[in-house]
Write a protein that binds this ligand. Sequence first.
Ligand code: PEP
Ligand code: MN
Length: 338
Amino acid sequence: MTIIAGPCSIESRQQLAEAVATLTADSRVAMVRGGVWKPRTRPGGFEGIGLPALQWVAELKAERPFAFCCEVALPEHVEMCLRHGVDAVWIGARTTANPFAMSELAQALRGTALPVMVKNAPSPDVRLWAGAIERCQAATTGVVSAILRGFDIYNNLGYRNAPLWDVALELRRLMPSLPLLCDPSHITGRRDAIAATAQTALDLGLDGLMVEVHPHPADALTDADQQLTPHQFIAVLDGLVERRSDSQKADSALADCRAQIDAIDQQLLQLLQRRMDIARDIATVKRQLDLPLYQPQRWQTLLDHHRAAAQAIGLDPDFATRLFNLIHSESLRTQQEL
Ligand code: PEP
Ligand code: MN
């Protein structure tokens, strides 16, 4: 498990020195993070220290070496990071969303060995995320990895940025060997929710965490609500249960359950195929009677029934709604094809 931790923004030499001293004292922390240039949604906020912050990093490293990473959004940021011995960079959510900006950054990374971490874009589009990653992979010889920082969706489910774990798991399916980290700080936006989200990430097999830690979060110039004190951060790390990756032992222990799941999946597919056959018969009758294919009342009755039936046998009714919405839209699509 890779742990990256540090302040949202570098604010002063003193703040950085304090953060580095406490974080590097814990051998679980592989790298210190610190924002040097801050992308702000609205003008007038603290936009980062810029170049002097990189000079402080270099001075502190000369006293006692540690690995450091920061966000880059412009080609000149990459150049300044390279000049100041920054060990890795990340691409922020707003930059990942912009293919023009990504191409320019890739150009600046070309021929370097700088490791790059690519955060997901604010919108849940896995191809946009994968595209930004591919641009970096084609440019640097360093390790490219991804960071799930959550998505800015209409109903963000009580998070600052909804995690939408499925999008991260889809990226994993598309790019199975890509290291995938989680940023529980920007997902939750709240100190007290970080431990649970970090644990979910590990339970889903993500490879590490980037966590915002500030020596005095109450005084932080950015993201004050989500930064942990070093003490709180260590408590979060101590409480995490690391899951082991799929070993041969797990394979044999799970073989029986997996065989049952495989058989059930096969039955589900066969039942769905029969259901679609019947939907085609229904479409024929509807055409003969000149009825519209979509029957809203019948569909509402079915959904209400399925939700109640799911609840009665201990299944989540929202899951039943999602499942049957998918089945119904495929049924309508099949009927349209006739
Ligand atoms: C950050 O890590 O401080 C940051 C700005 O992240 P994001 O791009 O995920 O908003
Ligand atoms: Mn932040």
